[in-house]
Design a protein around this ligand. Structure first.
Ligand SMILES: [Zn+2]
Length: 158
């Protein structure tokens, strides 16, 4: 069982992303090693030893946690799902920190994490296809990343 610390809305959507999209064999092996944290509902956090020892700590910006009465097909919910799956992919493949490897090796890791995240997310979306749910594409990812970058820069200007 993953440890979720991303506020009420964050834990709700992240719990669904993990439940729906991570294949059972991956979940059985790695689920209890995952800790996800954001500062959505707090100004600061400390993760004590019991929460971190032997764990993969995934940190999410509060900016990417969707709020309000949204459904799973909302672009911001889809983006959060993708981000969570991308980071879980890094974790289960035991990828190395960028500063320990070459830029080429890092890019290969990023490509692998993206490929796995697309596979998991679209594998789930395909099961809902009877309602005509659109698969998650690289174009959708690029578009929402652009929007989130703009939000980040606006926030940094205060
Ligand atoms: Zn990555």
């Amino acid at each position: 069982m993953a440890n979720l610390n991303c506020g009420r809305d964050g834990d709700f959507w992240i719990g669904h992303a993990l439940d729906h999209c991570i294949p059972d064999d991956v979940w059985d092996k790695h689920g209890d090693q995952l800790v996800l944290v954001s500062t959505t509902e707090s100004d600061d956090r400390r993760l004590g030893r019991a929460h971190t020892e032997g764990k993969h700590i995934i940190v999410l910006s509060e900016r990417v946690i969707p709020h309000g009465p949204l459904t799973e097909d909302h672009p911001r919910v889809r983006y959060l799902y993708f981000l969570v799956l991308h980071e879980v992919a890094h974790a289960v493949r035991d990828h190395r920190p960028p500063n320990e490897i070459t830029p080429e090796q890092n890019q290969a890791q990023e490509d692998e994490a993206n490929a796995l995240a697309f596979e998991w997310f679209n594998g789930y979306l395909a099961t809902k296809d009877q309602n005509g749910v659109a698969l998650f594409t690289a174009a959708e990812l690029a578009e929402i990343q652009k929007e989130m970058q703009a939000r980040m820069h606006a926030a940094l200007k205060g």
